[in-house]
Design a protein around this ligand. Sequence first.
Ligand code: NAD
Ligand code: TYD
Length: 338
Amino acid sequence: MTTLLVTGGAGFIGSNLVRMIAHEGRYRVVVFDALTYAGNLENLDGCINGSLVSFVHGNILDRDLVRSTLEHHKVDSVIHLAAESHVDRSIDSAAPFIETNVRGTLELLEASRSCGISRFLHVSTDEVYGTLGAEDAPFTESTPLDPTSPYAASKAASDLLVTSFVRTHGINAVITRCSNNYGPFQFPEKFIPLMTLNAIEQRAMPIYGDGKQVRDWLHVDDHCRGLLLALEAGTSGEIYNLGGFAERVNMHVVHEILRLTKRDESLIEYVADRKAHDRRYSIDSRKAQQELGWMPSCTFEDGLRQTIAWYEDHPEWCSHVRSGEYRRFYESHYNTSL
Ligand code: NAD
Ligand code: TYD
């Protein structure tokens, strides 16, 4: 059976992907994760069993550990999700984004090359393309890179490194660029889980600027299906955009969350805008549809309803994440400190 290394597998998208792969049972998975503030082993509770899914606590900057993990577990393919992923944090401090997203990707590429990894899937973002006006055509894979935030710049740099390794060293790699994901297990610093938890807890819901920014929302399960298709059927050196077909204005999303949580508008609080706030993302996924046979199946309305229900049904996960208790899950299960 093929073995995959999933970096960042204890994060939001990574843990949903690992659950999906474990459920399908077609691959063996090694989760490789540094367990930063965004990594949470509770996301994989019941999933890590030592046979089909195992866990290595490690940093992608540690090339020796990455290499020994690839060798020890006889890894065939790498799905690279580990990253610093929050735009606001990159505005406060860009250095960790360069370390993990740029230098970490380089270390992973070097280790993968020296271990003869047969496939490398690099998970990137539509934010590398910059921002759109209301009437602009959606981003295609040939839209020029024009990142706004340090986060987006670090992801664009990592994409270029991956492409350079395909061209220079002949590694077999594919890049995906998706739009904003939402779904279970998302850390409540991102828009949808933050607004949902604040609504449930009757706390203020902070809207940046006028709240008229547009994001294209992709359910994490649809994204994960696209990742597996890209892994299995993508052409090396190619980029595939994965969008949600669900452009929504931020204020619309907030009103939907208020309606679904049965809260009123008094919770809305307009706050200072994010610096250089991208106005609109919109993504053209025709290439993934045509070449990978991928199409998202979840409507935004169904996905948001299910997502809010998930947060309402998992008060323990929410309270552990809010209180920082989730950091102790690793310590109690692995008898060591983070
Ligand atoms: P996340 O922040 O929830 O999880 C990131 C994971 O990476 C965490 O488990 C963290 O512990 C781990 N990690 C961070 N630094 C590490 C390091 N140096 N070594 C090993 N592990 C490390 O992120 P996410 O939302 O799941 O995003 C996953 C990937 O998808 C990222 O590459 C991100 O850029 C990309 N992406 C996310 C979205 C989105 O909407 N969430 C959209 C587009 C692209
Ligand atoms: P976010 O989830 O941070 O994703 P990204 O900036 O990478 O698209 O934010 C989504 C949108 O929601 C973005 O336009 C910023 C806005 N936003 C708020 O208005 N308030 C908030 O507290 C957050 C976290 C985001």
